[in-house]
Ligand binder design. Structure first.
Ligand code: ZN
Length: 300
């Protein structure tokens, strides 16, 4: 059987087809424009390729992930223009006539990394993306973490020393939340240029690593993951993750009784880049589709 997957991001959509064993046979990436145009383009990709038996969508959020809810399959309160209350699942299901599974983009990536990537074999792990926005997904005791809604790691509050960084933050809801202070969009707004053009400025990365370390510390305190995978465009700056690890150990202050959270050599294998690179989200979305199909098969 073949399954389709979409990593439906706020900046770009990545569509792929696979057989649900951690590989992607074909992918197409295109920018996120209007809902109508973007959804139609994804449907066109899947209609023109190998016939798929199900589709998984890992979407930017916030989204409604509760299957019994009347608004399941929709993006909810996003500030992204035109996308609030967009039903993603219904038009894709109608166009492709296949069942559609739906979760957050970061939960999809967390799932893929735990099956085939940097968090294989771990019962509890997190995937955090630091890109245009910040988000996080988690596998807890082997299950994708949902709850009242779904985790919103990007909107955690982190300490903000305005004497050092007077920037107000870019989150339209909270100003200086984690995403508001440390996302790629925040870097661009604070410094007037995107992170890729600021590689040589150590002040940028000292401050960024401080915020990312504070965010990761909160995640460690709340969920106690066995590993944290940090993806997205911002950590492609090669100095960032080493700075984050060093700063994180300082913040943790030898309180946590684990080598990963006290020893420099062990933290190197605790805060890691994605094993699946930029394909984690789409591979996870394909896996969401495969799992949903498996759940529908009649039990003997
Ligand atoms: Zn926020």
């Amino acid at each position: 059987m073949s399954f389709g997957g979409i990593e439906a991001g706020g900046t770009k959509w990545v569509c792929g087809i696979g057989d649900g064993v951690g590989t992607v046979l074909a992918t197409e990436t295109f920018p996120t424009t209007t809902p109508e145009e973007t959804i139609a383009r994804a449907a066109q990709f899947f209609r023109s390729g190998v016939r798929i038996d199900g589709l998984g969508v890992g979407s930017f959020g916030p989204i409604d992930v509760h299957r019994a809810s009347p608004t399941w399959g929709r993006i909810t309160t996003t500030p992204k223009p035109g996308w609030a209350r967009t039903d993603v699942v219904t038009p894709l299901g109608a166009a492709l006539k296949v069942p559609v599974a739906f979760d957050t983009d970061v939960n999809a990536a967390a799932l893929a990394e735990s099956r085939w990537g940097a968090a294989i074999g771990l019962e509890t792990s997190c995937y955090i993306t630091v890109g245009t926005g910040i988000g996080g997904g988690a596998i807890v005791n082997g299950q994708l973490l949902h709850g009242l809604l779904h985790p919103e790691i990007g909107h955690m509050r982190i300490p903000h020393d305005r004497s050092r960084d007077p920037f107000d933050g870019v989150c339209p809801y909270h100003g200086d939340c984690f995403e508001g202070l440390a996302s790629g969009e925040a870097i661009r707004a604070r410094w007037g240029r995107p992170g890729e053009e600021l590689a040589a400025d150590p002040m940028v990365w000292e401050l960024e690593s401080e915020y990312v370390a504070l965010g990761l510390m909160n995640v460690i305190c709340a969920i106690s993951p066995q590993r944290i995978v940090v993806g997205g465009g911002v950590p492609k700056q090669p100095t960032l993750l080493p700075l984050v690890r060093r700063r994180l150990l300082g913040l943790l202050s030898d309180y946590f009784n684990a080598p990963e959270l006290t020893r420099p050599d062990a933290v190197d294998t605790y805060i890691v880049a994605p094993g699946l690179g930029d394909l984690a989200g789409v591979i996870g979305a394909i896996e969401l589709a495969r799992r949903a199909a498996q759940d529908r098969e009649p039990r003997a």
